[in-house]
Design a protein around this ligand. Structure first.
Ligand code: 13P
Ligand code: SF4
Length: 317
C-alpha cells in the first residue's frame, strides 16, 4: 500500500470511536496529562497531574495503560504497575528536565555527597529515581520536604526552579541540580508585565517550574491540578496562565465564564506548547492501541530500586 493509500484510509477513520472500541476489546484505561491536546483529554478515562496519574496507574484494574503524556510518566506507571502493559503513543515524547540529569552523571553527584537526602522530582528517568531517597511532584514537594529529617542536608534534582521555590517555602537549604524545563524557563517577565497592563483585572497563576522572576509576579503558584482548583474557586474574571497551555482546556470546562490568557514566552511569540507533550495525537493513540506498541519496558533491577522512593512519595503525600 502506498503512503497516499494510507493517508486516505487514515482520513476516513473515526479515531474516537475506534479508540473506544479498542479500549473495551483490550481492557485498557487511557490516562492523559493536562498538557495533552484537548481531543486526547476528551477521549481519556482520567485526566490529571503527575501525582494523580501515578496513583491511578498504581490502582488500575485494567490490563493495559495507555499513557498520554511523556516518557518519564509512562515509565513511572510501569514501575508502579509492573504487571500491566503500558503504552506510550509516541516514544519520542521525552522531557527536557529528565534529559538534563543523565543517570551516570547524577550517580557521581550523589556519591560525592553521601550524607545527603536525595529528593528527585518525578520528571526524571527510572535510573535517576533508583538513585533517589524520595520522589516528589509539584503537588507534594513542599509537604514531603517538610517531613525530611532536619539534620541531613538535601539534594534536589533535576529542576532548579522548583527546588529553589521549595527551598524558599520550607526554609530548607538544598544543593540543586541545574536542570530546567524548556517551556517554563522561557516565560519572560517583560512580556508578562505587558500582558498585565492589557488585562488589569487578571491574576497571574504560575507553575513552580517557572523562573523566580516570573514567580515573584504571580498571584498563585502551584502544580497543574492546584492551578486548576484555584481558577475554579477564585473570583477574578481573567487569568494569565504561566504553564503549558494544554491545561486551559480543563480551566475553561470548570470555569466557563472566565477568560484564560496563555502567558507568552517573549514579546514576539505566544508559543509555550511543550514540544514533547504535543507529539501525541489521536491517530497515534489509536495506532498504539491497535498495534500494542510502543510498549514501555523498565529493566527489573532498576524498577525494583525506583519503586522504593516512589512508594515513599505516595505514603508521604
Ligand atoms: P504537574 O505535576 O504539575 O502536572 O507537572 C508536570 C509537568 O511536566 C510540568 O511541566
Ligand atoms: Fe518536561 Fe517541561 Fe514538557 Fe513538563 S512541560 S514534560 S517539564 S519539557
Amino acid at each position: 500500500m502506498t503512503n497516499t493509500d494510507n493517508a486516505a484510509i487514515a482520513e476516513r477513520i473515526d479515531y474516537v470511536a475506534e479508540i473506544d472500541r479498542l479500549r473495551k476489546e483490550t481492557n485498557a484505561v487511557i490516562l492523559a496529562h493536562y498538557y495533552q491536546i484537548p481531543e486526547i483529554q476528551d477521549v481519556a478515562d482520567i485526566v490529571g497531574d503527575s501525582l494523580e496519574l501515578a496513583r491511578r496507574a498504581k490502582d488500575t484494574d485494567a490490563e493495559t495503560i495507555v499513557f498520554c503524556g511523556v516518557h518519564f510518566m509512562a515509565e513511572t506507571a510501569k514501575i508502579l504497575s509492573p504487571d500491566r502493559r503500558v503504552l506510550l503513543p509516541d516514544l519520542d515524547a521525552g522531557c527536557s528536565l529528565a534529559d538534563s540529569a543523565p543517570a551516570p552523571l547524577f550517580k557521581r553527584f550523589v556519591e560525592s555527597r553521601p550524607d545527603h537526602t536525595v529528593v528527585s522530582y518525578i520528571n526524571c528517568s527510572a535510573a535517576v529515581k533508583a538513585l533517589s531517597d524520595v520522589i516528589v511532584t509539584s503537588s507534594n514537594a513542599e509537604k514531603i520536604v517538610r517531613q525530611l529529617p532536619e539534620d541531613k542536608p538535601i539534594i534536589f534534582a533535576p529542576d532548579r526552579n522548583l527546588g529553589a521555590y521549595v527551598s524558599r517555602q520550607t526554609g530548607r537549604e538544598m544543593t540543586l541540580w541545574q536542570g530546567t524545563c524548556v517551556v517554563h524557563e522561557a516565560y519572560g517577565e517583560k512580556a508578562i508585565l505587558k500582558l498585565r497592563e492589557q488585562y488589569p483585572d487578571a491574576k497571574l497563576v504560575a507553575h513552580p517550574e517557572c523562573e523566580e522572576r516570573v514567580l515573584r509576579r504571580a498571584d498563585f503558584i502551584g502544580s497543574t491540578s492546584k492551578l486548576l482548583a484555584f481558577v475554579r474557586d477564585d473570583d477574578a474574571p481573567t487569568y494569565i496562565v504561566a504553564t503549558e497551555p494544554g491545561v486551559i482546556h480543563q480551566m475553561k470546562k470548570s470555569a466557563p465564564t472566565k477568560t484564560f490568557v496563555p502567558a507568552p514566552a517573549n514579546e514576539t511569540c505566544n508559543c509555550s506548547d511543550c514540544p514533547y507533550m504535543k507529539l501525541n495525537t489521536l491517530e497515534k493513540v489509536w495506532r498504539c492501541m491497535r498495534d500494542g506498541e510502543p510498549e514501555i519496558i523498565v529493566d527489573e533491577e532498576t524498577a525494583r530500586r525506583a519503586m522504593k522512593p516512589l512508594e515513599r512519595m505516595l505514603e508521604m503525600s
